[in-house]
Design a binder for this molecule. Structure first.
Ligand code: IVH
Length: 702
């Protein structure tokens, strides 16, 4: 056996095999009389691959497995299954299960009321393995592969504790089949180790199990705790039992792990009730299952039913819905975002949903937890969500997992969840404004959570986008005593402060001369920056990337905007009118902007930042020969030749400012039919009033 070879024996055998196979190749291709039969040739190749798999370091430069036409593509030998390894047909709902029973009865000529027993057991989400024993000794183990030929993973299978090396009282030939899987706990610690070693974590336990079993170096597999459940068999020299359930019991008594949730059922109704029982236990099993497998219990009936091309007629997999799973809500945490929004996050007992382990889900806001929708109407028929509840989690596409429902029959917690009315990070009152589903911390800049989230936003891609200064570094500097970064301006004083400091950044763990130099240069490179980026980077509520660009274009330069926002009054006056006249700026955004620039602490922080920067003026369209460049235009009434949006866009492209209301700053009012108070006001202020045709003539478009 390969596992018994010493390194020296392996090396000399590999040398022998390289020679023998090279000779066989020459004979085969050169002469008409090959000395080796195909089977012998394959046997030698397999042996070579097995030894290489066990001793990858001994693989020779002239390794036969590297030869052209070699069937061994990836270092594993191939094993042809005596009995094909098949897959299962699927059932997705109750009807499919009843039909499965009906089909079988029809095929066997059984009446509807003739007794027919099935087994029902979890469908383990791992990868299937076939293990061959001869005279009670494990001879080889193979993956399913394409069903006919699998990969030889014998050395790796031997490292799995659930797989016995020898059996007592087994048939002379016994091919045991089942599923290799990894438990949730082992998966979590493996991923911790992966991350510590700077390796990519596995997406789910199945991938981790597959990656671990298909290791060329079996010592790697040995270090990864894999488990094995048996649920089937292939070649047999004598029957195991008369029934599926009897055969499983027999395999269990031979020393294999069989799934404790395996049960016999007397028809579809009982299959479905076992399905529900298994589904309920899914999240607490500690390993992934993705459905329940039903099999005809009597093996003579299984034989009569036989197979379709790739699936047995006597079995079916009743799958759980891929995007849904039930689990326990262990806690509700509150995260504070950059605008102070308190977002509830569900901490879940980990469960795999749609192929990904989910341990967090969003709970949206306090109404959602209470069972109230955005429109005030009940959701989940008004069922609230409490810590400790049994909840249904779903994922659709790549979005953040959500909690869909709650099972009240399993509720033990008598206390509804109390949404906090103070900020968990800074203790300031958290208030909910009328019509807003979100509760917000009123701590503003004194709230560390808001401050750090704002900084993360500030260095984001669409904002300052500073190389080497991402969310992680921002968190580090935020908490740093020597070189703290508490607000955006601090980023631009980092280099100066570091130069003046006794403990230099370059001497710290994780930094060095070069990386510090690079970081400071990257910061320096961003001192000169576009107006719209600066505005967006401030993270003012409602001012997104697009709005920042519109506002920048409207004011042209920072100082003009600053003056306007400093003097503006919310809801009235010319600065206000001018601001909300910008296409895409509404009262809510305008209020938010004005508040940011008129709040003392916030304004001081903005000013400190601006003092460090050179803010570029917003690019203005080339309007050198435009008759309306720099003019402020207001449109009112019905336009007949173009939409209002088109008219605005056109005017702006000619360098005009388009405002929504008439003020003393208005140069021209374009009034269509139905113009009302704006026309009157314009007349009062002595503003020029023209109609649509005049306007088109003025801009040369008529
Ligand atoms: S029986 C002839 N039972 O599901 C069919 N398969 O989708 C033999 N699987 O390839 C398979 N748990 O890898 C059976 N309890 C179970 C199973 C199970 C998981 C896997 C197996 C199979 C696949 C089919």
């Amino acid at each position: 056996m390969v596992s018994d070879l010493s390194e020296a024996q392996a090396a000399s055998e590999l040398e022998f095999l390289a020679k023998a196979l090279a000779e066989a190749n020459r004979d085969y291709h050169g002469a008409d009389a090959p000395v080796l039969t195909d089977a012998d040739y394959d046997g030698l190749k397999r042996r070579n691959a097995e030894i290489e798999a066990r001793f990858p370091g001994l693989k020779r430069a002239d390794s036969p497995s590297e030869q052209v036409g070699a069937p061994v593509a990836d270092g594993f030998g191939k094993i042809t299954h005596d009995v094909r390894m098949l897959s299962l047909g699927n059932a997705f709902d109750e009807e499919d299960v009843t039909e499965f029973d009906q089909r079988i009865r029809k095929y066997l000529g059984l009446s509807d009321d003739a007794p027919l027993t099935y087994t029902a057991e979890p469908k383990i989400d791992g990868l299937s393995l076939s293990i061959r024993y001869e005279n009670g000794v494990l001879v080889h183990a193979a993956t399913r592969g394409d069903g006919s030929v699998g990969e030889n993973v014998t050395a790796n299978a031997r490292t799995i504790a659930d797989i016995p090396e020898t059996l007592t009282g087994a048939p002379d030939v016994l091919d045991v089949r089942g599923e290799v899987y990894m438990s949730h706990a082992d998966f979590a610690s493996l991923n911790d180790r992966q991350e510590q070693d700077g390796r990519k974590p596995f997406a789910n336990p199945r991938n981790a199990a597959a990656g671990s079993l298909r290791q060329l170096d079996s010592s790697v597999t040995a270090a990864r705790p894999l488990k094995f459940f048996t649920y089937a068999w292939g070649a047999l020299s004598s029957p195991l039992a008369k029934t599926q359930s009897g055969a499983i019991d027999r395999l269990n008594s031979l020393g294999f792990s069989t799934n404790p949730l395996t049960q016999t059922c007397d028809g579809p109704a009982s299959l479905l009730s076992h399905y529900r029982l298994i589904e309920e236990q899914r999240a607490t099993l500690g390993y992934d299952i993705d459905g329940v497998v039903y099999k005809v219990d009597a093996l003579d009936l299984q034989d009569r039913l036989g197979f379709r091309s790739t699936t047995p007629r006597w079995a079916i997999a009743h799958k759980f819905s891929a995007e849904l799973a039930w689990t326990t809500l262990e806690a509700i945490d509150i995260q504070v975002g950059r605008t102070g929004a308190l977002s509830p996050v569900a901490r879940l007992k980990p469960v795999t949903v749609g192929g990904v382990v989910v341990s967090n889900a969003t709970l949206h806001n306090e109404d959602y937890i209470a069972g109230v929708g955005g429109d005030g109407a009940p959701i989940r028929e008004g069922r609230d969500i409490r810590v400790g509840d049994w909840v249904e989690v779903y994922r659709a596409g790549d979005v953040i997992p959500k909690i869909r429902d709650v099972d009240l029959t399993k509720r033990t917690n008598a206390a509804p969840y109390q949404f906090p009315d103070t900020c968990p990070e800074c203790g300031s009152p958290a208030v909910r404004e009328d019509g807003d589903a979100v509760r917000r911390c009123t701590g503003g800049l004194i709230c560390p959570a808001q401050a750090v989230e704002r900084l993360k936003h500030f260095v984001g891609r669409a904002a300052f986008d500073i190389d080497g200064l991402g969310a992680k570094q921002v968190e580090m500097f935020f908490a740093d005593d020597t070189l703290p970064v508490k607000e955006p301006a601090d980023i631009f004083t980092l280099a100066r402060r570091d130069a003046a400091s006794l403990t230099r950044l370059e001497n710290r763990d994780g930094f060095g001369k070069t990386s510090v130099k690079k970081l400071f240069q990257a910061i320096e490179d961003r001192r000169e920056i576009a107006f719209n980026r600066v505005l967006f980077s401030l993270g003012i509520r409602h001012v997104g990337e697009a709005a920042a660009a519109l506002i920048a274009r409207h004011y042209g330069n920072w100082a003009t905007m600053e003056d306007a926002l400093t003097s503006a009054h919310i809801g009235e006056g010319s600065a206000w009118d001018d601001l909300i006249g910008v296409d895409g700026v509404g009262a809510v955004m305008a209020t938010s902007l004005i508040n940011a620039f008129q709040n003392d602490a916030e304004r001081a922080s903005i000013d400190r930042l601006v003092a460090e920067l050179k803010i570029e003026d917003a690019a203005q369209p080339d309007t050198s020969d435009s008759p309306v460049a720099g003019k402020t235009i207001v449109f009112t009434g019905t336009l007949e030749k173009m939409t209002r949006a088109e008219a605005k866009a056109r005017a702006e492209s000619l360098g005009a400012k388009v405002s929504g209301s008439v003020s003393s700053k208005t140069d021209i009012l374009v009034a269509g039919p139905g113009a009302g108070s704006k026309a009157t006001k314009a007349a009062d202020l002595g503003v020029e009033v023209i109609d649509e045709d005049d306007w088109l003539a003025l801009i040369g478009a008529s």
